[in-house]
Design a protein around this ligand. Structure first.
Ligand SMILES: [Zn+2]
Length: 366
């Protein structure tokens, strides 16, 4: 709910984009603060008299015989407090690895193989909201067994996981680096650090990944190869990167074709060849699109699907990095012998399987 100069409005995020909610486009200005106060009261922790500082809390609502949890955040804008509600219903957000990977057996095998090791580091990259934390939570849930100690160090614990010790970084608990050090001292088997934000955090994490602890973390870079240069820029030595990093998972979310109105599409041969498909791949092949129906609001799109890149560091990659990072040399090694399933490759696979349409696959091929 966003306050404007003379009214307030409510927008709802669906499949990545925000839409005005019908009937709530123009809420009278005088009602705004009452509604904000109501939300704050529902959290039970937010202060009504504090309006000039951000506040956060949780709201639990009984919806269709189920407790649904919302993360609430207020921000002091120049026209009053805005309210943000995010559905963090754990049941709703928990998705199995197989579903996340759209049942792609080959990729699932590579991913599960990497997350079931006893040491090393697995890095997840991609923009905010691309599904990194969803996949990491699925991975932690998948590998959990009572013989393992799993600790997470997070900027903000939004989703609570069973059997996992979750630490939240705040001005009271100390810095990310300090909390990471503390978590690693506890002799954990698996640690998830929400982001390698600085040298100290990255160094501690990588050091432990080399010493027999499986480590998950995220980095903000665009491509899987850039993970290496980013870590080097942070001051991590190349031999540490070569020894510790096991694989990089790069994620994007794409628009999924609506399953309710999916139909065969007559795409032109020129368009299809433009994607890099060969004559062979085009012969007798059927491609799809969403026609538009009442279930998808006429858009032909229903929900989103993860486009996944996996770059596995095998011995050749590791020794190439340890010899001193040279991007050109590394690309040669990747081309020669390595598991590097790119975003483009994955998008084309999903286009061929009828999960995404031509416009969507083009975002990954052009
Ligand atoms: Zn539809």
């Amino acid at each position: 709910m966003e306050p404007k100069k003379d009214h307030s409005s409510v927008r709802f995020r669906k499949d990545g984009d925000l839409y005005l909610v019908k009937g709530y486009e123009k809420i009278p200005k005088q009602l705004h603060q009452y509604i904000v106060s109501r939300f704050k009261t529902l959290t039970g922790t937010m202060k009504l008299d504090i309006t000039r500082n951000p506040q956060d809390g949780k709201i639990v609502q009984r919806i269709q015989d189920k407790d649904v949890v919302f993360f609430a955040l207020t921000l002091p804008t120049i026209h009053g407090e805005s309210v943000n509600l995010e559905n963090i219903d754990t049941e709703h957000l928990q998705i199995s690895i197989d579903d996340f990977f759209s049942n792609d057996k080959k990729l699932i095998k590579i991913f599960k193989n990497n997350i079931c090791k006893n040491d090393g580091m697995i890095l997840f990259i991609g923009p905010t909201g691309c599904g990194k934390s969803t996949l990491i939570n699925s991975a932690l849930t998948f590998i959990y067994n009572p013989k393992l100690r799993i600790i997470t160090v997070e900027d903000y614990v939004k989703i609570q996981l069973d059997n996992i010790e979750q630490l939240q970084v705040s001005h009271v608990t100390g810095t990310m680096a300090g909390m990471t050090r503390a978590a690693c001292l506890g002799d954990p088997d698996v640690v998830y650090i929400s982001t390698l934000s600085d040298y100290d955090t990255a160094f501690t994490a990588i050091e432990h990944a080399m010493k027999g602890c499986l480590l998950f973390s995220t980095l903000y870079v665009n491509s899987s190869i850039d993970v290496i240069s980013r870590l080097l820029e942070m001051g991590i030595k190349d031999f540490m990167i070569g020894t510790a990093v096991r694989c990089v998972v790069n994620l994007r979310l794409a628009r999924r074709i609506c399953p309710h109105c999916k139909e065969k599409a007559a795409y032109s041969k020129t368009d299809l060849k433009g994607l890099g498909l060969t004559e062979d791949e085009l012969t007798n092949k059927v491609f799809y699109r969403g026609k538009g129906c009442s279930k998808c609001g006429g858009t032909g799109i229903f929900g989103r699907i993860a486009i996944i890149e996996i770059f596995e560091f095998n011995k050749n990659i590791q020794s190439s990095i340890m010899k001193g990072y040279d991007r050109k040399e590394l690309i040669k090694v990747i081309e020669k012998d390595c598991v590097y399933h790119s975003l483009t490759e994955d998008a084309i696979n999903k286009f061929k399987s009828g999960l995404i349409d031509l416009d969507t696959v083009r975002m990954f091929t052009l």
